[in-house]
Design a protein around this ligand. Structure first.
Ligand SMILES: NC(=O)C1=CN([C@@H]2O[C@H](COP(=O)(O)OP(=O)(O)OC[C@H]3O[C@@H](n4cnc5c(N)ncnc54)[C@H](O)[C@@H]3O)[C@@H](O)[C@H]2O)C=CC1
Ligand SMILES: N[C@@H](CC=O)C(=O)O
Length: 813
């Protein structure tokens, strides 16, 4: 035989009750069917009781809704008219009794525990009566007659000796289908109605299965089984096919509300397996819980992650505790005496403090009783006042295969560290089936996501991207990401999730990921008004794990956000050169923050767009080489202009063309004034190990300062005045067989930039289009410097360089 329990949602509607009928009638062997109250009725009974006890006549409306709900269900599930009338009569008789009890509570304005227990018992009495008339040949039993309880610490505890004996008597012989109300019981001493606590129907089923040696206990609910984590928080959580009793116990004790925790103990002792099944998807395999520990190749070492939102840590501490026997005994005795439940304990090996977790509601009482208990020691200065830290959350990772598997705790705490989450307390029993830790409540979602990602989704990794700037570079980058997303997921197990997109006015933020097919319209229609500070606040508030801020703006205000973002464990990838070329102090602070927080600050595209210049220099330095000298053409815009001006294309026209081609800065004066090259040279010198500031760079500029004064419009207007002069110089150079190149040099930290006329023997002479070139002389590359050359500006190559930085954070090959 087997025992099946159907929860409130399984008997909550006409359709669900009809599914229950189908499931039960398809079973050939004898079954005991345990039912909960119709979904939501227990809460409604409790709420109605409270209203009545407060003299609130509105209870009558609630009661009439309870009555209507039951009558509606009967109407929908019982086809035979005669049976239906009979059931209606019986149900109405129970509802009349209930109505009289409510009236009494209303009149005397009092609700005793005994009356409350009686009232809630009607939920299961009514549902079992109805369902017993729906399932063919079902025989109804009254659980109050055989589930007996005794009182202990204000709780009704099952009197197992008597209960087991009564169950055996009651179900002998065993009918084909026995229909049983869950949750309710009665007192061994007084016979009064009691119950097994919220969720107690699972327990009723377990008690029956154990007493009658069932072959299986089936818990039918509205989910497909135990999941690896709470699916409301982690969309990628999935059903666990097998658990041991211990693992199931750990998971449900820690907040996974699939079964009522005490359910497991009775069946565990008799090794009766539990199946968690879905009434609304009965063919799904569900979760199978048994004694056997199966180590499946390729499956995650841990089985699940669960959490308790409501956590307060209490710490009892003092040097006077060290080596004193009995302090912990006194702590936990005092808590037990006051009915305070402790769900996690951690003690420093120095013995000078004991920390434990309780519910927030128990915290004040816990502090008070412990301060009283240790009043003498506190007065003598041997111990400090007891301290409570509220608004925390406890998370546990669970799995019997963690036993003797090295590296699990390391992986767990490493993951939390990389997500910037500090662990306040932790505990792991010697059984090694559960590692629990306490964190600030505000980090709970991030912690669950990063742990789930790290332990369960190792077959794919998620990077959450915030992209600021959707112009030439940003727009191209988003398009590259859109195209590559499916391939990266398929071939490299990398999920690129764009969770934020912003321009200078608006921001679009979506934790689940933005659809890149129409983000521009979305940003325009549904983006919220934004500015850099607002953007930063929102990103920090979203608190997403594995997140990367990608700066495709040229804004100093956006660059000023990096420090805050990094301090919140957000990596930064910048096309924007503002930060890396800002003061040396700021540059080193950002680099140190990234190192300290184990995140990334990458800006490869700051010099040479997509060319691998910074990474190559870093590789040289990291392998012990020293960079002695750099000689380079680093401006795509200027090189393009010098390659484009001709008798037909004047200087000012070539600048426009460079802007159109996407080579120039948003403000092209930055390129023309030499500032962009100065910034690049400063960044390279710093990466080579020299503490250089922009002001240290010697410059030989070629456009007089006066053209950069005033507005951008003034610049476009006035720059035409230089066309004739440039044409003259160009013709002279051409006659000499030379070309203009704007060259950047660094030798042992000394930096200079300037216009040079190079002849055909010079390596920079044949530098086409917007190309860049850099010659790197090092201790190893001495006689023949290393040369890197190629496109040095442009939307697609720059976006590709930014993309490469992003991919390097994911660390995939
Ligand atoms: N174009 C190129 O070849 C290269 C460009 N870069 C750098 O890439 C960056 C972007 O350049 P482009 O795409 O050419 O410029 P762009 O002018 O086409 O785009 C800039 C974008 O930044 C946005 N923006 C400005 N202020 C903002 C703010 N406060 N918050 C959010 N968004 C803001 C604008 O709305 C625009 O969408 C610049 O820093 C540039 O130096 C780096 C290497 C090569
Ligand atoms: N405006 C820059 C773009 C790359 O940094 C250039 O012209 O080189």
């Amino acid at each position: 035989m087997k025992v099946l329990k159907f929860g409130g949602t399984s008997v909550g509607s006409v359709n669900s009750i009809l599914s229950v009928k189908k499931i039960v009638e398809a079973i050939e062997e004898p079954v005991i069917v345990v039912v909960s109250a119709l979904g939501g009725i227990t809460d409604k009974l409790l709420a109605t009781s409270t209203m009545a006890s407060k003299g609130d006549l509105a209870y009558e409306k609630e009661l009439s809704e309870i009555i209507a709900r039951h009558l509606d269900v009967i109407e929908g599930v019982i086809e035979d008219k005669e049976v239906r009338i009979d059931v209606q009569k019986k149900v109405m008789a129970l509802l009349d009794e209930l109505s009289n009890i409510f009236k009494g509570v209303y009149l005397i304005n009092d609700l005793s525990a005994k009356t409350s227990d009686t009232i809630v018992s009607y939920g299961e009495r009514l549902s079992s009566l109805i369902v017993s008339n729906v399932i063919k040949d079902a025989k109804l039993f009254d659980s109050r007659k055989y589930i007996k309880t005794v009182k202990q610490f204000n709780k009704h505890i099952v009197d197992f000796d008597l209960t087991n004996k009564l169950i055996k008597e009651t179900f002998s012989p065993l009918p084909k289908v026995s229909l049983v109300p869950g949750f309710i019981s009665s007192s061994t001493e007084t016979g009064e109605v009691t119950n097994l606590g919220r969720g107690g129907s699972d327990y009723t089923a377990s008690i029956l299965a154990t007493a009658l040696d069932a072959n299986t206990l089936e818990i039918w609910t509205d989910v497909d089984g135990f999941m690896t984590a709470d699916p409301r928080v982690i969309s990628s959580a999935y059903v666990i096919d097998r658990l041991t009793f211990t693992e199931a116990m750990e998971l449900c004790n820690f907040g996974a509300k699939v079964i009522y925790p005490p359910t497991i103990y009775p069946v565990y002792h008799k090794n009766i397996p539990i199946r968690i099944l879905n009434t609304f998807n009965p063919t799904a395999p569900g979760t199978y819980i048994s004694k056997e520990r199966v180590k499946e190749e390729g499956k995650a070492i841990i089985k699940g992650i669960s959490s308790i939102n409501d956590t307060c840590l209490i710490t009892v501490q003092g040097l006077g505790m060290v080596g004193v026997i009995g302090v912990n005994y006194r702590i936990f005795k005092t808590l037990a005496k006051n009915g305070i439940s402790v769900f996690m304990v951690s003690q420093a090996s120095s013995e000078n403090n004991t920390t434990f977790a309780v519910r927030n509601a128990d915290a004040d009482l816990a502090v008070q009783v412990l301060n009283d208990e240790f009043a003498l020691e506190r007065a003598q200065g041997d111990m400090n006042d007891t301290v409570a830290e509220k608004d925390l959350a406890t998370v546990a990772i669970v799995g019997e295969n963690m036993k003797r598997t090295p590296g699990i705790a390391g992986k767990l705490f490493g993951t939390l560290g990389r997500a910037g989450i500090s662990v306040i307390a932790c505990a792991q029993g010697a059984s090694e089936t559960n590692i629990s830790f306490v964190i600030k409540h505000k980090y709970l979602r991030k912690a669950l996501n990063s742990i789930h990602d790290s332990f369960f989704l190792s077959e794919y990794k998620v990077l959450n991207l915030f992209i600021a700037g959707v112009g030439t570079v940003g727009g191209n980058l988003l398009e590259q990401i859109r195209i590559q997303q499916p391939k990266l997921m398929r071939q490299n197990g990398l999920k690129l999730n764009v969770v934020g997109i912003s321009n200078s006015k608006k921001a679009l933020l979506c934790r689940e990921g933005i659809n890149l097919d129409n983000y521009l319209e979305e940003l325009k229609e549904n983006g919220e008004e934004s500015n850099p500070e607002h953007l930063c606040e929102e990103i920090v508030k979203m608190n997403i794990f594995n997140s990367v801020f990608v700066d495709c703006t040229a804004s100093p205000d956006v660059a000023a956000l990096y420090e805050t973002l990094m301090n919140n464990n957000v990596s930064v990838v910048a096309a924007n050169k503002e930060a890396a070329s800002s003061s040396y102090d700021n540059y080193t602070k950002l680099k140190e923050t990234a190192r300290h927080r184990d995140i990334k600050f990458l800006f490869e595209t700051n010099v040479g767009a997509g060319l691998p210049i910074i990474n190559t220099m870093n590789d040289l330095i990291n392998s012990g080489d020293h960079i002695l000298k750099l000689e380079a053409v680093l401006s795509g815009t200027l090189n393009y202009i010098f390659n484009t001006i001709s008798a037909d294309i004047p200087f000012s026209e070539a600048i426009h063309m460079a802007k159109e081609a996407g080579y120039a800065e948003p403000d092209p004066r930055i390129d023309l004034s030499g500032k962009d090259v100065i910034r690049k040279l400063v960044i390279l010198a710093r990466e080579a190990g020299y503490p250089v500031e922009q002001a240290d760079v010697k410059r030989n500029l070629f456009i007089p300062e006066k053209y950069f004064e005033g507005s951008l419009e003034d610049f476009w207007k006035n720059i035409k005045d230089t066309d004739a002069g440039f044409e003259e110089k160009r013709q002279l150079l051409e006659a000499e067989g030379k070309r203009f190149r704007f060259v950047a040099k660094m030798e042992n930290g000394a930096c200079e930039v300037g216009l040079q006329a190079v002849d055909s023997h010079h390596p920079f002479y044949e530098l086409e289009g917007s190309n860049n070139i850099i010659m790197i002389s090092t201790e190893r590359y001495h006689e023949y410097p290393m040369i890197i050359k190629g496109y040095g500006a442009g939307a697609d190559v720059t976006a590709a360089g930014v993309f490469a930085d992003i991919i390097s954070i994911a660390n995939i090959r």
